[in-house]
Ligand binder design. Structure first.
Ligand SMILES: [Zn+2]
Length: 323
């Protein structure tokens, strides 16, 4: 069991150094190099208030263009997700000014967990699901494009949520923890029934998704949409494309789109087409993120996930056993 200490970050790194090493794919040996590359970005942090919810938008901008910006949210003393590590100074300045005392992380991806270690160092309690906490305790390598777009998260020992805990405090309101697997195996969402809010991490992303990363689970994603549709909410506080109203309708559209995709993919599969040909016929996989990620996010991954399930990300070999 990990020991929690107020000094956080330094102990977290020591914990990482003691963790067992296993073989890594060749390109992961390049990870220490990417960590040192001085990417020519300008960090951007903008706060926009929507009544009782602050939307904190963070991105790296290259030549004036923001790449895959992410939204974190603040409700009273609670931060939901922690954003990019390159913006830790600006984020800490904001959260300390606003009296934030706790932060919830929806999932381990570095655009959501990037400041977990920095917040802990500042004395803010950082919490996540057990699976997310487990992954964040490792210093796992990330691909080149993730270094370019978001930058890595430092390993952090965050407080794991007991599996029996279903209710948490979100700015002194009752928040219900909802399993939101699919986008990744550790994701949770936070539902605030009294306000009709759903903080969904990356469970939604778009009504008509056309790309999956290799570890995204299609059928878990569909199940998560069905679970969301049993909840009573209007504002969908998504990590990348929030829907301030009619959020439940957006989830209905995504659910229907996923069902349509699965039927088309199965039909084409029965005709004996390979996954990449099926993706091409269904016009999946196009778009900027496909090129930016060098194909790590692709339509073929989406088709494969429908027909045979997701693959384990190589960087998660060491922590996959608990996912
Ligand atoms: Zn994500």
């Amino acid at each position: 069991m990990h020991k929690h200490t107020p000094t956080g970050y330094i102990d977290d790194v020591q914990q990482y150094r003691q963790s067992p090493q296993t073989s890594r794919m060749v390109h992961h040996w390049l990870d220490p190099i990417w960590q040192r590359v001085p990417f020519p970005y300008a960090p951007k942090l903008i706060v926009k208030s929507h009544g009782n919810v602050d939307q904190i938008t963070m991105a790296r901008t290259y030549w004036g263009r923001a790449l895959m910006q992410v939204h974190c949210y603040r409700v009273g003393d609670t931060l939901i997700d922690t954003g990019l590590s390159c913006l830790s100074e600006q984020l800490l300045d904001y959260v300390l000014r606003c009296g934030v005392r706790q932060a919830w992380i929806t999932h381990h991806h570095e655009d959501h967990s990037g400041n977990a270690a920095a917040l802990r160092r500042a004395g803010i309690r950082v919490m996540a699901s057990q699976k997310t906490a487990h992954i964040l305790s490792y210093d796992y390598p990330i691909p080149f494009y993730e270094h370019l777009v978001w930058g890595r998260s430092h390993p952090a020992l965050v407080s794991p949520l007991e599996p029996t805990t279903t209710e948490v405090s979100i700015g002194n309101r009752r928040g219900i923890v909802i399993s939101a697997r699919g986008h990744c195996p550790d994701q949770v969402a936070f539902y605030v029934p009294d306000e009709g809010w759903l903080f969904s991490g990356d469970a939604f992303l778009h009504e008509q998704v056309r790309l999956f990363r290799r570890d995204e689970d299609f059928w878990d994603t569909l199940k998560t949409m069905e679970t969301f549709l049993t909840l009573d909410f209007d504002a969908l506080w998504c990590g990348h494309r929030p829907r301030l109203n009619r959020g439940k309708y957006a989830i209905t559209q995504k659910r229907d789109w996923l069902i349509q995709l699965s039927e088309e993919a199965k039909d084409l599969h029965q005709k004996g087409l390979p996954f990449n040909e099926i993706a091409a016929r269904m016009k999946l996989g196009s778009g900027g993120f496909f090129w930016l990620s060098a194909g790590d996010a692709s339509g073929t991954n989406l088709v494969r996930s429908i027909l045979t399930g997701p693959l384990v990300r190589p960087e998660h070999q060491r922590c996959a056993a608990l996912l």
